[in-house]
Ligand binder design. Sequence first.
Ligand code: HEC
Length: 108
Amino acid sequence: MRVTTVRRTAAGFGLALLVCAALAAWLAPTPRRGPPAVAPSPPTTLSGAELWARHCAGCHEVEDLAPQLRGEHGAARALEWLSFLEAHAEGDAGEDRAVLAFLAGQTD
Ligand code: HEC
């Protein structure tokens, strides 16, 4: 009878340990639910500056285009260029926007 009790207790502890292990395994990944440390970078996450370097810098100088986006007609020109760029250069609309934002942010 005593042996059985010991066995049962041992089995009980074993089960408790198993539950704890399972719980730990279940809980452990939770803090890592945020964005992964090294995020994959699809082309759309390139900055305007990188897109400019990649798609435009071969033919254009920042100094030639950036000033045209300044002043009171700057916003209108940016819109104009946005549709112009659809056919003019590589990159989708989002990338064109990023390039224009980059140009508009250049002070020289
Ligand atoms: C293969 C060379 C080439 C590439 C690459 C290129 N362009 Fe051009 N771009 C030109 C040429 C040539 C013109 C025509 C110049 C003109 O008509 O004044 C032009 C005209 C433009 C104009 C009109 C300028 C104006 O004063 O009206 C804009 C804006 C422009 N490009 C922006 C870009 C941007 C932004 C990129 C990159 C996404 C780009 N281009 C990529 C050659 C290129």
